[in-house]
Design a protein around this ligand. Structure first.
Ligand code: AQP
Length: 350
């Protein structure tokens, strides 16, 4: 059965990119799948060690999950540090993965900047922990934004190397299944993971620069729409969004070379669950002075109920804390099933 896993870091305000690239997909997937959604707090100390209000940040991500429509009774919502098996499997994966693999990660290069020698070892090993997050549940499907594609390819490489390095032990203990990876039949303990990236806005771009990803760490607040922004702020940010002077084209091809226009059309399509083609069929030939207010109204109508519910949930954190505690217990039990087998496969006495 498909098992869905994904996580969001508690590192500042969630924005529209996190919502459209990840959380909105989490909500849609819960209909037909078993889902595990995690606030990845261990990841949040890789780039910045000390946070002013980490408990509040963790709660706000969990609140965003619930306010967006994730059902914590049917599915599992928890914070990563409550399940130590993630860190345990990550250590093993640190020994499976190669330093060269980590050095090639574009997110590491971007976040470490020029002074790479001074980045934390945790930032370099980030993808190894991400692989552990997913594979400790032997999850098969991972909804993420386009920026995480490379990390998911690395997750597949780590799983495959583990499966090959320990093939004899996996067989001897009677674990694993026969699968085909590419052309090769192998006996696998960890399944190959499929990223779920599609949709009209797989990478939401900055409102100030259509060639840069919308991101929590952009110093300009005008570059992003935060999930906690009020209606006036959302409208102002969309009004001030950078655009070119031309009218919208009628065909998607006409968006080529117009990154800001393409971004706003993609956002509109994602927010209204339609395609860019359909948006352009409606707005092609119109000026941004017409399109922007329509986009602002749409964004407010989708986001404001979520914002309202998040505020309500954050007023009294006991409800969120109970959800996370119960979710943590359920996740721990499932992760431990894998870890008992992994320890046995490797040969650790337990
Ligand atoms: N701009 C984006 N478009 C689409 N998806 C995005 N995601 C992030 N930015 C965009 C997706 O959101 C999920 C959670 O992201 P994260 O919190 O784990 O970390 P991040 O990618 O580091 O988030 P930011 O906002 O981009 O932070 P900084 O500024 O630190 O780089 C992931 O599925 C991610 O793909």
């Amino acid at each position: 059965n498909p098992l869905v896993f994904s996580g969001v870091q508690p590192t500042g305000n969630l924005h529209l990119g996190n919502y459209l690239g990840a959380i909105r997909k989490f909500v849609a997937l819960q209909e037909n799948n078993d889902c595990i959604y995690c606030v990845v707090d261990l990841h949040s100390i890789t780039a910045q060690l000390v946070h002013e209000d980490l408990p509040g940040q963790i709660r706000s991500i969990a609140a965003a999950f619930i306010a967006s429509g994730i059902d914590p009774e049917k599915h599992i919502v928890f914070n990563q540090s409550a399940v130590p098996q993630h860190a345990e499997l990550a250590w093993i994966f640190n020994c499976v993965a190669r330093i060269g693999w980590m050095n090639r990660m574009t997110q590491f290069k971007d976040k470490a900047g020029k002074d790479r020698e001074n980045a934390s070892l945790g930032l370099l090993a980030y993808p190894s922990l991400m692989a552990a997050d997913i594979l400790v549940y032997r999850a098969t499907h991972v909804p993420v934004g386009d920026d995480q594609k490379q990390h998911l390819e690395l997750t597949r490489d780590i799983a495959q190397k583990f499966n090959i390095d320990f093939m004899e032990q996996i067989r001897r203990h009677g674990y694993g299944v026969d699968i085909i990876v590419g052309e090769e039949p192998i006996h696998a303990y960890f399944p190959p993971v499929e990223p779920l990236i599609g949709g009209p806005a797989p990478r939401v771009m900055s409102l100030r620069d259509g060639t840069k990803k919308m991101s929590k760490s952009d110093p300009s607040d005008l570059s992003r729409i935060n999930l906690m922004d009020d209606a006036d702020t959302i409208s102002k940010k969309i009004r001030k969004a950078k655009t070119d002077p031309d009218a919208l084209p009628s065909e998607v091809d006409g968006l080529a070379g117009r990154p800001e226009a393409e971004n706003l059309v993609g956002i509109y399509a994602a927010l209204s669950d339609t395609s860019k083609e359909k948006v352009l069929a409606e707005f092609g030939g119109q000026q941004f002075s017409v399109f922007k207010p329509a986009l602002a109204d749409l964004a407010v109508s989708v986001l404001s109920p979520i914002t309202g519910e998040m505020r309500h949930l954050m007023d009294d954190p006991t409800h969120i804390d109970t959800i996370l505690r119960k979710g943590g217990e359920r996740a721990r039990a499932r992760a431990e099933e894998t870890m008992r087998e992994v320890r046995e496969i490797i040969g650790f006495l337990q």
